[in-house]
Design a binder for this molecule. Sequence first.
Ligand SMILES: Nc1ncnc2c1ncn2[C@@H]1O[C@H](COP(=O)(O)OP(=O)(O)OP(=O)(O)O)[C@@H](O)[C@H]1O
Ligand SMILES: [Mg+2]
Length: 357
Amino acid sequence: MKDVMSQVDKFALCAAQVAKSFGDTQVLRNIDLLLAPGEVVALLGPSGCGKTTLLRIAAGLLSASSGQMHIAGQRVVDGSGFNAPPEARGIGMVFQDYAIWPHLSVLDNVAFPLRMRKLGRSERERRARRALDRVGLGHLAERFPGTLSGGQQQRVALARAIVAEPPLVLFDEPLSNLDRELREGLALEIGTLLRELGLSAVYVTHDQAEAFTIADRVAVMLEGEIAQIDTPEALFSASEQVEVAQFLNIGALIEGTLSASDGFTCAQSRLKLPSLAGKGKEGHARILIPRMAIRPDPQGALKAQVLRCQFQGDRYLLHLGLDGESTGLVCPADQPAPVNSQIPLAIDADRLRIFPN
Ligand SMILES: Nc1ncnc2c1ncn2[C@@H]1O[C@H](COP(=O)(O)OP(=O)(O)OP(=O)(O)O)[C@@H](O)[C@H]1O
Ligand SMILES: [Mg+2]
Protein backbone atom coordinates (compact mmCIF):
# COMPACT_ATOMS: atom_id res chain seq x y z
CA MET A 1 0.00 0.00 0.00
CA LYS A 2 2.99 2.29 0.58
CA ASP A 3 3.76 2.49 -3.15
CA VAL A 4 0.16 3.25 -3.85
CA MET A 5 0.13 6.16 -1.43
CA SER A 6 2.59 8.01 -3.64
CA GLN A 7 0.26 7.62 -6.63
CA VAL A 8 -3.08 8.46 -5.08
CA ASP A 9 -3.94 10.88 -7.90
CA LYS A 10 -4.15 7.91 -10.31
CA PHE A 11 -7.16 6.50 -8.47
CA ALA A 12 -10.77 7.58 -8.23
CA LEU A 13 -10.73 6.30 -4.65
CA CYS A 14 -7.84 5.16 -2.52
CA ALA A 15 -8.58 3.90 0.99
CA ALA A 16 -5.68 2.71 3.13
CA GLN A 17 -6.11 0.88 6.42
CA VAL A 18 -9.38 2.57 7.23
CA ALA A 19 -10.91 1.50 10.54
CA LYS A 20 -13.95 2.58 12.53
CA SER A 21 -15.11 1.91 16.06
CA PHE A 22 -18.26 3.01 17.81
CA GLY A 23 -17.24 3.10 21.46
CA ASP A 24 -15.62 -0.26 22.20
CA THR A 25 -17.09 -1.93 19.15
CA GLN A 26 -14.92 -2.06 16.08
CA VAL A 27 -17.12 -2.23 12.96
CA LEU A 28 -14.48 -1.69 10.24
CA ARG A 29 -10.87 -2.83 10.16
CA ASN A 30 -7.99 -2.99 7.67
CA ILE A 31 -9.98 -1.53 4.79
CA ASP A 32 -7.77 -1.14 1.72
CA LEU A 33 -9.67 -0.26 -1.42
CA LEU A 34 -8.47 1.09 -4.76
CA LEU A 35 -10.76 2.19 -7.57
CA ALA A 36 -9.35 2.94 -11.00
CA PRO A 37 -10.97 5.85 -12.85
CA GLY A 38 -14.13 4.55 -14.55
CA GLU A 39 -14.27 1.46 -12.37
CA VAL A 40 -17.40 0.33 -10.56
CA VAL A 41 -16.90 -1.67 -7.37
CA ALA A 42 -19.75 -3.21 -5.41
CA LEU A 43 -19.54 -3.69 -1.65
CA LEU A 44 -21.48 -6.88 -1.05
CA GLY A 45 -22.04 -8.39 2.36
CA PRO A 46 -24.60 -9.44 4.95
CA SER A 47 -26.54 -6.99 7.07
CA GLY A 48 -24.38 -5.32 9.70
CA CYS A 49 -21.01 -6.08 8.06
CA GLY A 50 -20.15 -2.38 7.76
CA LYS A 51 -21.05 -1.45 4.15
CA THR A 52 -22.96 1.72 4.98
CA THR A 53 -20.37 2.75 7.54
CA LEU A 54 -17.61 2.56 4.93
CA LEU A 55 -19.68 4.44 2.38
CA ARG A 56 -20.56 7.17 4.87
CA ILE A 57 -16.88 7.61 5.68
CA ALA A 58 -16.15 8.02 1.94
CA ALA A 59 -19.01 10.51 1.68
CA GLY A 60 -17.79 12.55 4.64
CA LEU A 61 -20.93 11.89 6.69
CA LEU A 62 -18.96 9.95 9.30
CA SER A 63 -15.37 10.23 10.48
CA ALA A 64 -12.94 7.30 10.41
CA SER A 65 -11.17 6.19 13.60
CA SER A 66 -7.96 5.69 11.66
CA GLY A 67 -6.64 5.29 8.13
CA GLN A 68 -6.53 7.48 5.06
CA MET A 69 -8.70 8.13 2.09
CA HIS A 70 -8.16 10.05 -1.14
CA ILE A 71 -10.77 10.82 -3.77
CA ALA A 72 -9.40 11.65 -7.22
CA GLY A 73 -6.07 12.52 -5.60
CA GLN A 74 -7.58 14.81 -2.98
CA ARG A 75 -6.96 13.88 0.64
CA VAL A 76 -10.34 13.59 2.34
CA VAL A 77 -9.71 11.43 5.40
CA ASP A 78 -6.63 11.28 7.54
CA GLY A 79 -6.26 9.20 10.69
CA SER A 80 -5.05 12.29 12.54
CA GLY A 81 -8.63 13.54 12.55
CA PHE A 82 -8.77 15.48 9.28
CA ASN A 83 -12.10 14.97 7.58
CA ALA A 84 -13.07 17.00 4.49
CA PRO A 85 -16.77 18.01 4.58
CA PRO A 86 -19.09 16.23 2.11
CA GLU A 87 -19.56 19.28 -0.12
CA ALA A 88 -15.79 19.64 -0.56
CA ARG A 89 -15.48 16.10 -1.94
CA GLY A 90 -17.39 16.72 -5.18
CA ILE A 91 -19.04 13.29 -5.15
CA GLY A 92 -22.49 12.13 -6.27
CA MET A 93 -24.64 10.10 -3.88
CA VAL A 94 -27.73 7.95 -4.21
CA PHE A 95 -29.29 6.44 -1.10
CA GLN A 96 -32.05 3.99 -0.36
CA ASP A 97 -34.52 6.66 0.70
CA TYR A 98 -34.30 8.85 -2.44
CA ALA A 99 -33.45 11.98 -0.41
CA ILE A 100 -34.72 14.39 -3.03
CA TRP A 101 -36.23 17.67 -1.94
CA PRO A 102 -40.04 17.75 -2.05
CA HIS A 103 -40.24 21.53 -2.39
CA LEU A 104 -38.09 21.66 -5.54
CA SER A 105 -39.21 20.64 -9.02
CA VAL A 106 -37.57 17.60 -10.59
CA LEU A 107 -35.46 19.93 -12.74
CA ASP A 108 -34.33 22.05 -9.78
CA ASN A 109 -33.50 18.94 -7.76
CA VAL A 110 -31.26 17.67 -10.53
CA ALA A 111 -29.69 21.08 -11.16
CA PHE A 112 -28.85 21.56 -7.46
CA PRO A 113 -25.26 20.22 -7.51
CA LEU A 114 -24.53 22.60 -10.41
CA ARG A 115 -25.86 25.51 -8.38
CA MET A 116 -23.41 24.53 -5.64
CA ARG A 117 -20.69 24.77 -8.29
CA LYS A 118 -21.89 28.24 -9.22
CA LEU A 119 -22.81 27.48 -12.82
CA GLY A 120 -25.09 29.97 -14.60
CA ARG A 121 -28.81 29.32 -14.80
CA SER A 122 -29.09 28.40 -18.49
CA GLU A 123 -26.08 26.05 -18.33
CA ARG A 124 -27.56 24.44 -15.20
CA GLU A 125 -30.86 23.86 -16.94
CA ARG A 126 -29.29 22.52 -20.09
CA ARG A 127 -27.18 20.00 -18.19
CA ALA A 128 -29.98 19.02 -15.79
CA ARG A 129 -32.32 18.36 -18.75
CA ARG A 130 -29.65 16.25 -20.39
CA ALA A 131 -29.18 14.19 -17.19
CA LEU A 132 -32.96 13.74 -16.94
CA ASP A 133 -33.07 12.57 -20.55
CA ARG A 134 -30.37 10.05 -19.77
CA VAL A 135 -32.46 8.48 -17.02
CA GLY A 136 -35.61 8.62 -19.15
CA LEU A 137 -37.37 11.39 -17.21
CA GLY A 138 -37.02 14.34 -19.57
CA HIS A 139 -40.81 14.64 -19.80
CA LEU A 140 -41.22 15.01 -16.02
CA ALA A 141 -38.81 17.92 -15.50
CA GLU A 142 -41.48 20.36 -14.27
CA ARG A 143 -43.20 17.93 -11.88
CA PHE A 144 -42.68 17.81 -8.11
CA PRO A 145 -41.24 14.68 -6.40
CA GLY A 146 -44.43 13.99 -4.42
CA THR A 147 -46.24 13.22 -7.69
CA LEU A 148 -43.70 10.60 -8.82
CA SER A 149 -43.52 6.84 -8.25
CA GLY A 150 -40.72 5.35 -6.13
CA GLY A 151 -38.83 4.21 -9.24
CA GLN A 152 -39.15 7.66 -10.82
CA GLN A 153 -37.96 9.37 -7.64
CA GLN A 154 -34.91 7.15 -7.59
CA ARG A 155 -34.20 8.08 -11.20
CA VAL A 156 -34.30 11.75 -10.15
CA ALA A 157 -31.76 10.97 -7.41
CA LEU A 158 -29.63 9.17 -10.00
CA ALA A 159 -29.79 12.12 -12.43
CA ARG A 160 -28.81 14.47 -9.60
CA ALA A 161 -25.85 12.24 -8.66
CA ILE A 162 -24.41 12.16 -12.19
CA VAL A 163 -25.30 15.64 -13.46
CA ALA A 164 -21.95 17.14 -12.48
CA GLU A 165 -20.08 14.04 -13.75
CA PRO A 166 -18.26 13.72 -10.40
CA PRO A 167 -15.05 11.72 -9.94
CA LEU A 168 -16.90 9.27 -7.71
CA VAL A 169 -20.53 8.27 -7.23
CA LEU A 170 -21.59 6.47 -4.05
CA PHE A 171 -24.68 4.27 -3.97
CA ASP A 172 -26.17 2.77 -0.81
CA GLU A 173 -28.77 0.12 -1.64
CA PRO A 174 -30.52 2.52 -4.05
CA LEU A 175 -32.95 -0.10 -5.31
CA SER A 176 -33.93 -1.88 -2.12
CA ASN A 177 -37.22 0.02 -1.76
CA LEU A 178 -38.33 -0.95 -5.25
CA ASP A 179 -40.02 -4.15 -6.36
CA ARG A 180 -38.00 -6.91 -7.96
CA GLU A 181 -38.87 -6.36 -11.60
CA LEU A 182 -38.07 -2.66 -11.41
CA ARG A 183 -34.88 -3.42 -9.49
CA GLU A 184 -33.46 -5.69 -12.16
CA GLY A 185 -34.17 -3.24 -14.98
CA LEU A 186 -32.84 -0.23 -13.12
CA ALA A 187 -29.68 -2.09 -12.01
CA LEU A 188 -28.87 -2.76 -15.66
CA GLU A 189 -29.58 0.86 -16.58
CA ILE A 190 -27.37 2.22 -13.80
CA GLY A 191 -24.50 -0.03 -14.90
CA THR A 192 -24.87 1.11 -18.52
CA LEU A 193 -25.14 4.77 -17.58
CA LEU A 194 -22.02 4.68 -15.38
CA ARG A 195 -20.06 3.07 -18.20
CA GLU A 196 -21.32 5.46 -20.88
CA LEU A 197 -20.26 8.40 -18.74
CA GLY A 198 -17.04 6.69 -17.63
CA LEU A 199 -17.89 7.35 -13.97
CA SER A 200 -16.29 5.57 -11.02
CA ALA A 201 -18.64 4.28 -8.38
CA VAL A 202 -18.89 2.35 -5.15
CA TYR A 203 -22.19 0.51 -5.03
CA VAL A 204 -23.39 -0.99 -1.75
CA THR A 205 -25.83 -3.85 -1.86
CA HIS A 206 -26.56 -7.15 -0.17
CA ASP A 207 -28.06 -8.51 -3.39
CA GLN A 208 -25.57 -10.66 -5.24
CA ALA A 209 -27.35 -10.46 -8.61
CA GLU A 210 -27.40 -6.66 -8.38
CA ALA A 211 -23.70 -6.51 -7.48
CA PHE A 212 -22.78 -8.80 -10.37
CA THR A 213 -24.93 -6.80 -12.82
CA ILE A 214 -23.44 -3.45 -11.96
CA ALA A 215 -19.85 -3.92 -10.85
CA ASP A 216 -16.55 -4.63 -12.56
CA ARG A 217 -15.23 -5.95 -9.27
CA VAL A 218 -17.04 -7.01 -6.14
CA ALA A 219 -15.65 -6.58 -2.64
CA VAL A 220 -17.17 -9.20 -0.35
CA MET A 221 -17.37 -7.69 3.14
CA LEU A 222 -17.67 -9.92 6.17
CA GLU A 223 -17.64 -8.69 9.76
CA GLY A 224 -16.07 -5.33 9.07
CA GLU A 225 -13.38 -6.49 6.65
CA ILE A 226 -13.04 -6.88 2.92
CA ALA A 227 -12.66 -10.65 2.72
CA GLN A 228 -11.98 -10.71 -1.03
CA ILE A 229 -12.21 -8.28 -3.93
CA ASP A 230 -12.37 -9.72 -7.42
CA THR A 231 -14.38 -9.99 -10.60
CA PRO A 232 -17.66 -11.88 -10.15
CA GLU A 233 -16.25 -14.81 -12.16
CA ALA A 234 -13.11 -15.02 -10.00
CA LEU A 235 -15.13 -14.86 -6.78
CA PHE A 236 -16.99 -17.95 -7.93
CA SER A 237 -14.11 -19.93 -9.38
CA ALA A 238 -11.46 -18.91 -6.85
CA SER A 239 -13.01 -17.96 -3.53
CA GLU A 240 -10.08 -17.63 -1.18
CA GLN A 241 -12.01 -18.31 2.01
CA VAL A 242 -14.68 -20.81 2.94
CA GLU A 243 -16.72 -17.93 4.38
CA VAL A 244 -16.77 -16.12 1.04
CA ALA A 245 -17.91 -19.27 -0.79
CA GLN A 246 -20.61 -19.79 1.83
CA PHE A 247 -21.83 -16.21 1.69
CA LEU A 248 -22.02 -16.35 -2.10
CA ASN A 249 -23.86 -19.68 -1.83
CA ILE A 250 -21.65 -21.17 -4.51
CA GLY A 251 -22.39 -24.79 -3.63
CA ALA A 252 -22.15 -27.49 -0.99
CA LEU A 253 -19.29 -27.72 1.44
CA ILE A 254 -18.54 -31.33 2.33
CA GLU A 255 -16.23 -32.47 5.11
CA GLY A 256 -14.03 -35.52 4.84
CA THR A 257 -10.53 -36.81 4.37
CA LEU A 258 -8.09 -36.31 1.54
CA SER A 259 -5.57 -39.00 0.78
CA ALA A 260 -2.91 -39.05 -1.92
CA SER A 261 -3.98 -42.50 -3.12
CA ASP A 262 -7.79 -42.50 -2.77
CA GLY A 263 -8.72 -38.87 -3.21
CA PHE A 264 -11.51 -37.48 -1.07
CA THR A 265 -13.78 -39.54 1.15
CA CYS A 266 -16.74 -37.85 2.77
CA ALA A 267 -17.19 -38.32 6.52
CA GLN A 268 -21.00 -38.53 6.48
CA SER A 269 -21.87 -40.41 3.30
CA ARG A 270 -20.44 -42.76 0.70
CA LEU A 271 -19.42 -39.82 -1.48
CA LYS A 272 -15.94 -40.39 -2.85
CA LEU A 273 -14.04 -38.16 -5.23
CA PRO A 274 -11.11 -40.26 -6.48
CA SER A 275 -10.24 -37.54 -9.00
CA LEU A 276 -8.85 -35.51 -6.10
CA ALA A 277 -6.09 -38.08 -5.48
CA GLY A 278 -2.76 -36.32 -5.27
CA LYS A 279 -4.36 -32.89 -4.87
CA GLY A 280 -4.23 -30.75 -1.76
CA LYS A 281 -2.77 -31.59 1.61
CA GLU A 282 -3.57 -35.01 3.07
CA GLY A 283 -5.85 -35.16 6.09
CA HIS A 284 -9.08 -33.47 7.06
CA ALA A 285 -10.40 -31.17 4.33
CA ARG A 286 -13.50 -29.41 3.20
CA ILE A 287 -14.46 -29.70 -0.44
CA LEU A 288 -16.61 -27.12 -2.13
CA ILE A 289 -18.81 -28.63 -4.82
CA PRO A 290 -20.16 -25.65 -6.77
CA ARG A 291 -23.63 -26.12 -8.19
CA MET A 292 -22.13 -25.48 -11.61
CA ALA A 293 -19.85 -28.51 -11.13
CA ILE A 294 -22.60 -31.13 -11.00
CA ARG A 295 -25.20 -32.10 -13.55
CA PRO A 296 -27.59 -34.99 -14.15
CA ASP A 297 -25.89 -37.48 -16.46
CA PRO A 298 -27.12 -41.04 -17.21
CA GLN A 299 -23.47 -42.19 -17.23
CA GLY A 300 -22.68 -40.42 -13.94
CA ALA A 301 -20.98 -42.54 -11.28
CA LEU A 302 -22.56 -40.88 -8.27
CA LYS A 303 -26.20 -41.60 -7.47
CA ALA A 304 -28.01 -39.06 -5.34
CA GLN A 305 -31.52 -38.87 -3.98
CA VAL A 306 -33.78 -35.98 -5.01
CA LEU A 307 -34.96 -34.30 -1.80
CA ARG A 308 -36.69 -31.37 -3.45
CA CYS A 309 -37.25 -30.17 -6.99
CA GLN A 310 -37.63 -26.42 -7.16
CA PHE A 311 -39.04 -24.75 -10.29
CA GLN A 312 -37.15 -21.57 -11.10
CA GLY A 313 -38.90 -20.29 -14.19
CA ASP A 314 -36.22 -21.15 -16.71
CA ARG A 315 -34.94 -24.34 -15.10
CA TYR A 316 -35.19 -26.61 -12.05
CA LEU A 317 -32.99 -26.73 -9.00
CA LEU A 318 -32.56 -30.19 -7.53
CA HIS A 319 -31.70 -30.47 -3.83
CA LEU A 320 -29.83 -33.71 -3.34
CA GLY A 321 -29.10 -36.16 -0.56
CA LEU A 322 -26.74 -39.09 -0.16
CA ASP A 323 -27.50 -42.15 1.96
CA GLY A 324 -30.58 -40.47 3.36
CA GLU A 325 -28.52 -37.49 4.56
CA SER A 326 -29.16 -33.99 3.36
CA THR A 327 -25.87 -32.75 1.88
CA GLY A 328 -26.49 -29.20 0.79
CA LEU A 329 -25.75 -30.36 -2.76
CA VAL A 330 -27.84 -28.53 -5.33
CA CYS A 331 -27.75 -28.93 -9.05
CA PRO A 332 -29.45 -27.10 -11.88
CA ALA A 333 -31.42 -29.27 -14.31
CA ASP A 334 -33.39 -28.74 -17.50
CA GLN A 335 -35.93 -31.41 -16.54
CA PRO A 336 -37.83 -31.92 -13.30
CA ALA A 337 -37.07 -35.06 -11.26
CA PRO A 338 -39.50 -36.82 -8.89
CA VAL A 339 -38.84 -36.39 -5.18
CA ASN A 340 -37.17 -39.49 -3.66
CA SER A 341 -35.97 -40.75 -7.05
CA GLN A 342 -32.28 -41.59 -7.46
CA ILE A 343 -30.46 -39.68 -10.16
CA PRO A 344 -26.99 -40.27 -11.56
CA LEU A 345 -24.68 -37.28 -11.51
CA ALA A 346 -21.50 -36.27 -13.28
CA ILE A 347 -19.04 -34.15 -11.33
CA ASP A 348 -16.63 -31.79 -13.04
CA ALA A 349 -13.48 -32.34 -10.98
CA ASP A 350 -11.78 -29.22 -12.32
CA ARG A 351 -14.36 -27.03 -10.64
CA LEU A 352 -14.03 -28.58 -7.18
CA ARG A 353 -12.18 -26.61 -4.58
CA ILE A 354 -10.26 -27.91 -1.61
CA PHE A 355 -10.13 -25.95 1.63
CA PRO A 356 -7.63 -27.50 4.05
CA ASN A 357 -8.47 -27.41 7.72
N1 LIG B 1 -23.90 5.22 15.03
C1 LIG B 1 -23.64 3.97 15.40
N2 LIG B 1 -23.40 3.65 16.70
C2 LIG B 1 -23.13 2.39 17.06
N3 LIG B 1 -23.08 1.34 16.21
C3 LIG B 1 -23.31 1.59 14.92
C4 LIG B 1 -23.62 2.91 14.44
N4 LIG B 1 -23.79 2.84 13.10
C5 LIG B 1 -23.63 1.54 12.76
N5 LIG B 1 -23.33 0.79 13.85
C6 LIG B 1 -23.07 -0.67 13.86
O1 LIG B 1 -22.05 -0.93 12.93
C7 LIG B 1 -22.27 -2.16 12.27
C8 LIG B 1 -22.24 -1.93 10.78
O2 LIG B 1 -23.38 -1.18 10.39
P1 LIG B 1 -23.67 -0.77 8.89
O3 LIG B 1 -24.86 0.10 8.87
O4 LIG B 1 -22.42 -0.25 8.28
O5 LIG B 1 -24.00 -2.20 8.25
P2 LIG B 1 -24.47 -2.56 6.76
O6 LIG B 1 -23.47 -3.53 6.23
O7 LIG B 1 -24.71 -1.33 5.98
O8 LIG B 1 -25.84 -3.34 7.04
P3 LIG B 1 -27.23 -3.32 6.20
O9 LIG B 1 -27.03 -4.27 5.04
O10 LIG B 1 -28.21 -3.85 7.18
O11 LIG B 1 -27.51 -1.91 5.77
C9 LIG B 1 -23.59 -2.69 12.80
O12 LIG B 1 -23.34 -3.65 13.77
C10 LIG B 1 -24.25 -1.47 13.39
O13 LIG B 1 -25.08 -1.82 14.45
MG1 LIG C 1 -26.40 -0.47 5.14
